[in-house]
Design a binder for this molecule. Structure first.
Ligand SMILES: [Zn+2]
Length: 159
């Protein structure tokens, strides 16, 4: 399978960035990289070979033909994801695209043993869950209850 493109979400697309990561689609959020002005964003995309996602028509025009850009003409993250999967032929099957990435930073999530999260999550969470994932980059800990129900309903809408 061809590797899906890595997207760069501009500052207005924070929610989309989180959703793409949850669905396992690699993306960079401009805010995390501390880049905000148009030229910085375009330079970043060129350097990293990212596809720019923006709601800013001016930026879209500026990108012209030298940075691949998608103008997101809808505000809802569901519609935005749908537009992207359609455009890039990304298949969101029952099992999503890939394992989720950290919604916070885009890092890889790794399964970690229950004892290793003791004291790092609320006691109630520790008690009620058996499996935990940890972000390899920022160290944030996730468990099924933290985003799973939302993920499932979102997935139903976009798949
Ligand atoms: Zn992370």
């Amino acid at each position: 399978m061809k590797k899906p493109p890595v997207f760069l979400c501009d500052l207005m697309l924070r929610r989309l960035a989180r959703w793409l990561r949850i669905l396992g689609i690699g993306c960079v959020y401009a805010g995390d990289e501390g880049i905000s002005d148009d030229d910085e964003i375009l330079k970043f995309c060129l350097k990293r070979g990212c596809v720019l996602l923006t709601r800013d028509e001016l930026l879209y025009r500026k990108a012209g033909s030298y940075v691949k850009t998608v103008l997101m003409d809808n505000e809802s993250p569901e519609r935005q994801v749908k537009a992207l999967t359609g455009k890039f032929g990304l298949k969101l099957g029952r099992k999503f695209l890939g394992p989720s990435l950290c919604p916070q930073c885009g890092g890889r999530l790794e399964r970690v043993g229950k004892p290793s999260v003791k004291g790092k999550v609320f006691p109630k969470v520790y008690e009620l869950n058996r499996s935990f994932n940890k972000c390899a980059d920022c160290g944030k800990i996730y468990w099924k209850g933290s985003h799973f129900p939302k993920l499932e309903s979102f997935h139903k809408k976009v798949a």
